[in-house]
Design a protein. Structure first.
Length: 248
């Protein structure tokens, strides 16, 4: 099949996809294809975002990547996609979760909006007092920690994240919360292109299905946590392509 060795347009990328992932990777390894991999991955996920079989397969490949990493003793981490580049989140796990979308959406909205807003403010104040040393060691300044205690607002660029999502039976209990940097870590977990997130979005309310869910480390209240080595590390985009293809 004829292909353009340096595809740029959406039409050219569509033709490239017809070759199949294994062939694309072969051409890349043999330097017969020049491509902006970041753009190609974005195009791939936009094209496949409503394809349940692709999303389910991507979930399985990410789980296999994690399980192989643990077996090799490389250390716990999650591989996530972000439009600015693929990242490894050290300290994360990827868990096979039998996710069930909450059927009672009124209850969910209450927990997500009204209840969470109040709990979040109290929790931020509390960790600013009780975990000031840990927050500082993680890279948050003393001035920001003081402001957390005073206002109940997180540091600039951080969000409060539910370890177990509210939509899957998680709660607003303090032990289910973690302070996480929004960009890139939080956006990569919840991002438009994350296979696990998209798998959930394709479920109907009350429906259940297996999801490869990136889970933050249990022994910290903030991420990244520099002191513990829990940081995000850029990795070549081709590694994500190879993972989706089932080999590296």
């Amino acid at each position: 099949m004829h292909f353009i060795s340096y595809p740029r347009t959406a039409a050219e990328l569509a033709e490239l996809l017809k070759l199949g992932m294994s062939e694309i990777l072969r051409l890349l390894r043999e330097n017969k294809l020049r491509i902006n991999l970041r753009r190609f991955l974005g195009y791939l996920f936009k094209t496949k975002r409503d394809d349940p079989s692709f999303i389910a397969d991507a979930n399985e490949k990410l789980l296999s990547w994690y399980e192989e990493r643990i077996q090799n003793g490389t250390g716990s981490a999650a591989l996530v996609y972000h439009p600015r580049g693929v990242r490894i989140l050290h300290g994360f796990t990827i868990q096979r979760v039998n996710y069930e979308r909450k059927l009672d959406r009124q209850q969910y909205q209450y927990e997500r909006e009204r209840e969470f807003a109040a709990v979040r403010k109290r929790w931020i104040k509390e960790i600013g007092i009780k975990h000031a040393f840990e927050l500082k060691a993680a890279g948050i300044s003393k001035a920001e920690i003081t402001d957390m205690v005073k206002t109940g607002k997180g540091p600039t660029g951080y969000h409060v994240h539910h370890r177990v999502p509210l939509d899957d039976g998680g709660t607003n209990a303090y032990d289910n919360l973690i302070l996480i940097r929004d960009d890139i870590e939080h956006r990569a977990i919840h991002g438009y292109y994350n296979p696990g997130e998209r798998r959930i979005e394709l479920m109907k309310y009350g429906e259940a299905g297996e999801v490869a869910l990136p889970m933050p480390p249990a022994d910290t209240i903030v991420y990244p946590d520099i002191a513990k080595g829990y940081v995000s590390e850029p990795v070549p985009n081709v590694e994500f392509l190879e993972t989706l293809n089932g080999h590296r």
